[in-house]
Design a protein around this ligand. Structure first.
Ligand code: NAD
Ligand code: SER
Length: 319
């Protein structure tokens, strides 16, 4: 991994992954590619930045040729709640966009990391200790498109030998860049509202349990999988990875240990509740543990302390 392209680099994961990779490899070796949304100053200052549209293959190919890219972290996508509002566009970005990346990778011999999601499972999947290989009948267009992506990545490896790898991320919690329109976004908003206003109105029911992970673990997973010995990988794409099983009340109780007067109430959004109810509470990540040594480092207590400390610091700096 010497010259890297990160698509979706202005997004929740992409902005932090770009920062992490630039620290590891040097800024000039990591090309950040955004789309429409304005990039933060540190992303622009720390290495090359360009705008692409992953539905237009030539915009990806040009960057790969110009910078002699050998590894693509393809993070551009439309997330679950936004996707339900425009399913045709979500399919275009999530499936045609990925196909374009895979085609460019095939032609220019690049490795490709593509995150999949808990959303590739559905109501007929076992939602507790969800196995690595199991029933996948998602009921959202996001899930359908991400599952298609898993299969496309397997296909490009089997048919053309493209070095495709990927994980199924749970909902990700972070403070540096806002989440991009997913069902799990409440688990970020709850921390910001707790620090700023000591109250939060949640759109999911109190005991809605979902798989979640703190961003530093998610970044480490992507990098470690791309560095893993390929001879040990039986699955390659779509590894279940897990860290903690959380509900709104469980996160609130942990926040109250640090902010005792924090209050949580509810105004349920039927669309996002239905999506959350169809997703796993906890995935079985033993294949990732066995094949490339995956393990999470953060639990709810450690993550909550960091989230509250960092958001408080950001609030105090902006006063
Ligand atoms: P995000 O919405 O924050 O970022 C995605 C980025 O893609 C955005 O910045 C957007 O501008 C860009 N984009 C949209 N359309 C584009 C196009 N046509 N061309 C180029 N770029 C385009 O999402 P994220 O949370 O950073 O997710 C990154 C990846 O991780 C996605 O594949 C997502 O499905 C997956 N994932 C995320 C989570 C999570 O909780 N954040 C969980 C599971 C999987
Ligand atoms: N966090 C993502 C979402 O809610 C799951 O992939 O859409």
């Amino acid at each position: 991994m010497k010259r890297v392209l990160v698509t979706g680099a202005v997004g929740q994961i992409g902005s932090e992954l770009t920062e992490r990779l630039r620290k590891m490899l040097g800024g000039h070796r990591v090309v950040a590619a955004g789309h429409i949304k304005k990039a933060r100053e540190n992303l622009l200052a720390s290495g090359p930045f360009h705008y692409i549209d992953c539905t237009r293959i030539e915009t990806i190919a040009e960057l790969v040729k110009t910078y002699r890219i050998d590894t693509i972290y393809h993070l551009a996508a439309i997330l679950s709640a936004t996707a339900e509002k425009n399913p045709q566009y979500a399919w275009k970005v999530n499936v045609e966009g990925l196909t374009n990346v895979l085609e460019v990778a095939r032609e220019h011999d690049c490795a490709v990391f593509t995150p999949s999601s808990i959303a590739t499972f559905g109501p007929s999947t076992p939602l507790t200790r969800t196995p690595q290989d199991t029933v996948q009948r998602p009921t959202t267009i996001y899930g359908v498109s991400k599952l298609t992506g898993e299969l496309l990545c397997d296909y490009y490896f089997n048919k053309y030998g493209v070095d495709t790898r990927g994980v199924r991320y749970p909902g990700l919690i972070s403070y540096k860049a806002p989440p991009g329109g997913g069902t799990t976004d409440y688990a970020v908003a709850i921390y910001f509202e707790a620090v700023r206003h000591k109250s939060y109105t949640c759109y999911l029911k109190p005991e809605t349990f979902l798989d979640m992970m703190y961003m530093p673990d998610a970044l480490r997973a992507a990098i470690e999988l791309m560095e893993a010995d390929p001879t040990k990988l039986k699955h390659r794409n779509a590894f279940n990875i897990a860290a903690m099983t959380l509900s709104p009340t469980k996160i609130a109780a942990e926040i109250q240990r640090l902010i005792p007067d924090f209050t949580l109430d509810f105004n349920i959004d039927p669309l996002r509740q239905a999506i959350a109810d169809s997703w796993p509470d906890s995935m079985d990540d033993s294949a990732a543990r066995e094949e490339w040594g995956w393990h999470p480092e953060y639990d709810l207590t450690a993550m909550t302390r960091e989230m509250v400390d960092n958001i408080s610091r950001m609030r105090d700096t902006n006063k």
